[in-house]
Design a protein around this ligand. Structure first.
Ligand SMILES: [Zn+2]
Length: 49
């Protein structure tokens, strides 16, 4: 057991879409956490519907 103060955060998951994609693993980008399928390089030109 560690006594380090931790916030109760959920594990990182893809924030793309609404409702969220939620896929894991996700990587952190300037626009948020994105999974491999929704990384900015792929979704940059498309806007969310
Ligand atoms: Zn995703």
């Amino acid at each position: 057991m560690s006594s380090a103060p931790r916030e109760d955060k959920p594990p990182p998951s893809c924030e793309y879409g609404n409702p969220r994609c939620g896929a894991r693993p996700a990587r952190f980008y300037p626009c948020g956490w994105k999974c491999d399928r929704h990384q900015p390089a792929r979704t940059h030109r498309r806007t969310a519907p």
